[in-house]
Design a protein. Sequence first.
Length: 390
Amino acid sequence: MNIILKDGPESDHLKPFTFTRPVSELRIGILTIAEKYQKRGFDVSYLTSNYLSAKYPLVKKPVSVLVSANVCPTDAFVQAIADLKPGEGIRHQGNLIASCIEIDPEAEMPEPGSVHSKKEFKDYLTSIEKLWHIFQYNGTELQNDFNLITKGRTSAELSPTNKIIGDNIFVEEGVWAECAVFNTKTGPIYIGKDATVMEGATVRGALALCEHSQLNMGAKIYGPTTVGPYCKVGGEVNNSVLFGYSNKGHEGFLGNSVLGEWCNIGADSNNSNLKNNYEEVKLWNYATGSFERTGLQFCGLFMGDHSKCGINTMFNTGTVVGVSANIFGSGFPRNFIPSFSWGGAQGLTTYKLEKALETASRVMARRGKTLNPIESDILTHVYEQTKEYR
């Protein structure tokens, strides 16, 4: 069955990450939301912003299911989707989240609300509607993905130099790990293909260390934390998500935070995740153009794709950094840093588009990737779209 993952109003609330990807390409747990459907055997395409559709295309098939892109599937939910017939839909907590529709490939997409029969799905579903939901619900999704990926499979063995507490660990082939400590009694630990865990690293689950990623010597990881593919992590990390291809390789603290792709955190940089007065954290919201209450006491840094900070950077509690920002200098920069900004606490100027694209190209080349015209067009669109904030 063809599933079309449709971005909704939540997309604006999930910026800066959804400046450069559809909602369903957010990583939470081990997998992205789209991968959660693909692992269950569904074909997936996207109904997203026009400027993203060249990279994330829409595939029209005669019968498709239109699903809210921010909903993380469960086995029960995908079974409910598979049982749908044209004209039927699924509601959850008062919202229509799935519609089985017939599509004319030459016509406009029909409205999802044009179904004549709606079934109520009463089981729990993780729904990502705000930035902080990514780390807040990461533990639930990490456990769900762990169960999905490891079901019926046998883990590879770890070297006997490692200390494993409990037995809730799964290791893919090609993993290199020596003299590390893995405590699985606080949550599952998943180590992806060809990942590396260096000597002295200490992990308190839950943890997803995805393929080709690395924990550096002496790293201290508190779960639930996700280190996406091709990342390097050192220092202290607590309840955070790195989407992929990002580095926080040195000492310093990252907590209750989310990093997009191609980010770099300089040596000895830290973020605050708790205000000194213990008050509720407020966070910048692109949808409203203002700061909003999170209901959280612990809330850290949210950094969009291709953004970086220099050594010894200090981030305030609840800081949102846009796409392709370059932050450096002493003091605390403001807690909303627009995309394509250059500077820090002493002031910000515009990071010129051509320079930002040159840097992105060099960074991606180091990982064997190319900044192709489609990627360049997306970043160019974001640059134009975010001028009002600079």
